[in-house]
Design a binder for this molecule. Structure first.
Ligand code: CTP
Length: 399
């Protein structure tokens, strides 16, 4: 495949060299188009040697080949990493004052941009407006990672790891519809922990895999994704804003804070239903007389119910999960239908967990129940496949 790698003038340009290797090693033909400023950070010989193509920043080099038009027209994918505030602004405004901006105007293929800049520049309304404009035109703008920036400061603005940008580009190439572009979705994942004392907690077996798959699928479909992650140790895909939490109460407050700004909220996390009535300041010791402690529990709030109650309009679409087993009182789907009504959400994704199915596995099968009475079975397959089926159902319902 013919890929154009645009490189903006930021210190993160050095990471684009690794990204280039990932593309070439998987058989893509990559043409690197740096900006003039990018060459201050990584020189043209590096790009030429790694890509096997000559490198130029200027529309007046090799003019007989009309590069300012041809490179964009020939591209099957354009990735800009790092996309500086300046490159984003020029692309949003449609300027064409160097080879990269000309290429962006002539390209008709998917375009992925991975911004990297200081937090202040990223959060500036001008940059945010430019990102919104680009997304509204179908450009996939990956959320920057949070962490240590070039100086001593930290915050959102870091270029995600090359592997993560590569994965996001592959998702775009897989041809997912960009039907969540311009949408903000909030997904919870993992299992909460409720502390008994400074070293012990009550927890559950949820790994966060399904929530991560939902985040990955939403990014691939162009969404801005917030993942509220309860004790998740698995890697999270590029472009996802991660909000780490530990307890059900922390999960609750982060989810409630996210609702007003969200188009869809998915509660894939397993919050602990109960917590110890009191938290011991010091480690609980053995009594040495054979007696055992009794732990008194109190019920945690039901976050899903509170999310439904807190929304003021039909938006956001709210999705719950239910892990059910059939019993003498009804089938898995009977229990799930009753739970959907009890919780008041728009969709409920039902997993049959008889015989230890689902947990810590990469595959799952489920039924997606709608408050409108719909029922969509999703066959056994990767959790990513179920994630896309869930977003299909959400897309039909977002206003
Ligand atoms: N959930 C929640 N807050 C809780 C417990 C659960 O928001 N304190 C959410 C889960 O994230 C999930 C859905 O509610 O999306 C269903 O979880 P489940 O544990 O099956 O619901 P319960 O109401 O606890 O049902 P049960 O009586 O079967 O335990």
């Amino acid at each position: 495949m013919s890929v154009v790698l645009g490189v903006g003038g930021g210190i993160a340009a050095y990471k684009a060299a690794s990204l280039l290797r990932l593309f070439t090693e998987s058989g893509h033909d990559v043409r690197v188009v740096p900006t003039e400023a990018a060459l201050e950070f990584v020189g043209a010989p590096t790009w030429a040697a790694l890509s096997g193509h000559p490198v130029s920043t200027d529309v007046f080099d090799d003019v007989e080949q009309v590069p300012h038009v041809r490179i964009g027209q020939d591209a099957e994918l354009v990735v800009v990493a790092p996309a500086t505030a300046n490159v984003l602004a020029k692309a949003a405004a449609g300027l064409a004052d160097d080879l990269l901006t000309n290429t962006l105007l002539t390209a008709r293929c998917p375009v992925v941009m991975a911004p990297a800049m200081h937090t202040e520049m990223w959060l500036h309304p001008a940059t945010q407006a430019n990102v919104a404009t680009l997304r509204s035109r179908g450009v996939v703008v990956i959320e920057p990672a949070s962490g240590r920036l070039t100086g001593a400061d930290t915050g959102p603005g870091r270029l995600p790891d090359p592997e993560q940008i590569f994965a996001a580009a592959q998702a775009v190439l897989a041809g997912h519809p960009q039907d969540l572009a311009d949408r903000h979705v909030v997904v919870s994942a993992g299992g909460t922990r409720e502390f008994l004392d400074p070293v012990r907690y009550l927890g559950n077996r949820s790994s966060g895999r399904q929530g991560i798959a939902l985040a990955e699928a939403a990014v691939a479909r162009g969404a801005t994704v917030t993942l509220v992650a309860a004790n998740v140790s698995l890697p999270v895909p590029a472009g996802v804003r991660v909000v780490p939490v530990t307890t059900t109460e922390q999960l609750r407050s982060e989810m409630l804070a996210a609702v007003p700004d969200a188009d869809a909220v998915v509660m894939a996390a397993a919050p602990a239903d109960f917590r110890p009535a009191s938290l011991a300041d010091a480690k609980i010791k053995k009594s040495h007389d054979g007696s055992t402690p009794t732990i008194e529990l109190v019920e945690n709030p039901d976050i899903l119910v509170e999310l439904v109650a807190s929304r003021t309009t039909k938006s956001p679409v709210i999705v719950g999960f239910a892990a059910e087993t059939g019993d003498a009182n009804g089938t898995v789907l009977d229990h799930a239908r009753a739970k959907l009504e009890r919780k008041g959400c728009d969709l409920l994704v039902v997993n049959d967990v008889s015989a230890g199915k689902v947990f810590e596995r990469d595959v799952s099968e489920a039924t997606i129940l709608g408050a409108d009475g719909s029922s969509t079975p999703v066959a056994l397959g990767p959790k990513l496949q179920l994630a896309h089926a869930i977003w299909d159902a959400v897309v039909q319902r977002v206003e």
